[in-house]
Design a binder for this molecule. Structure first.
Ligand code: ATR
Length: 290
């Protein structure tokens, strides 16, 4: 058997081990983005895709400790279930009811949710620096909507209207967080007036996602001219909603920024240093061109 050199042992034990657990995981862009970030920061380490089936999740989380991972991201379908296997859950993640980032601090596992805060950081940096007092309409009331709405409530918006195909989910969500912001839930049929008075319109539904790229989550006529329109979808980078909105003079914001910034916050939890956001974004953009 080949003997391991002392220098190799030191190199391996000093490297920062990171990864993403999901099912499926083959299409994830996270390793490309985070490995580019580690390289740019000069941190020795590796971020790997980990295909974990639901029945293997508990053991996979224990393996973080056994293998000495500094942390992992978790993605579909594990974001809710994983909360059962952690030592601590950050307050924001507990309210949202989902974890996408785990930090291993000397054997203690803490779960965070960086999706919502990543989204808001990107929205403010790219199109709308000030959210205070704004009239925000969110299309959808699922897991993604919960994350971003929770983060938006911290920005003192004037009003958040939640519009959903299944109206009861929108109404219940608005009631649950009524102490955090001025919120109201609507069915799609009732939504026209709410959308008409929006300063910011955000699509969190999968309507318009590849391969259904021609679809719109609301009729074109409903979108007011000159507002901010944001779509969480990043495949395609420009959805039909964003195309229609750009033609109406709106400022548009695609889902790539949310993806990059949820990763940036996660990396900051793991490394304690500012993430190289521009390099991360560029790495993901390049990978779309391959
Ligand atoms: P995610 O984590 O991506 O938010 P989710 O929790 O399954 O996924 O939520 C999907 C959201 O998109 C829901 O608000 C869903 O509406 P329902 O609650 O009525 O299911 C919405 N959605 C999905 N497909 C839709 C469609 N074709 N038209 C309108 N809304 C749709």
């Amino acid at each position: 058997m080949k003997s391991i050199q002392q220098s190799e042992v030191r190199m391996t034990s000093g490297a920062m081990l990171l990864g993403v657990m999901g099912d499926p995981i083959i299409h994830t862009k996270s390793p490309i983005m985070h490995n580019a970030a580690l390289k740019s920061l000069g941190i020795e380490g590796n971020y790997v895709p980990l295909h974990i089936k639901p029945e293997g999740l508990e053991k996979a989380i224990q393996a973080i400790l056994t293998l000495g991972f500094r942390g992992v991201n978790v993605t579909i379908p594990h974001k809710v279930e994983v909360m059962n296997y952690l030592d601590h859950i950050d307050e924001g993640a507990a309210k949202v009811g989902a974890v996408n980032t785990i930090v291993n601090n000397n054997g203690v596992l803490t779960g965070y949710n960086t999706d919502g805060i990543g989204y808001v950081r990107s929205l403010k940096e790219e199109v709308c620096p000030e959210l205070r007092g704004k009239n925000i309409v969110v299309l959808g009331a699922g897991g993604a909507a919960r994350g971003i709405i929770h983060a938006l409530t911290a920005e003192q918006p004037g009003q958040i209207s939640v519009v959903n195909r299944t109206a009861s989910k929108a109404i219940e969500l608005a009631q649950e967080w009524s102490s955090l912001a001025n919120m109201q839930g609507f069915s799609q049929a009732e939504a026209q007036a709410a959308v008409h008075s929006a300063d910011i319109l955000i699509n969190t539904t999968s309507v318009g996602m590849h391969p259904n790229i021609g679809q719109l989550p609301v009729p074109e006529e409903w979108v007011p001219e000159g507002i901010v329109v944001s779509d969480l979808i990043y495949n395609p980078l420009m959805t039909e909603l964003l195309h229609v909105s750009a033609r109406k003079g709106c400022s548009t914001h695609g889902g790539l920024g949310m993806f990059v910034n949820q990763g940036a916050y996660a990396l900051e939890y793991w490394t304690g240093v500012a993430a190289p956001v521009a390099e991360m974004r560029e790495a993901v953009l390049q990978s779309f061109k391959l």
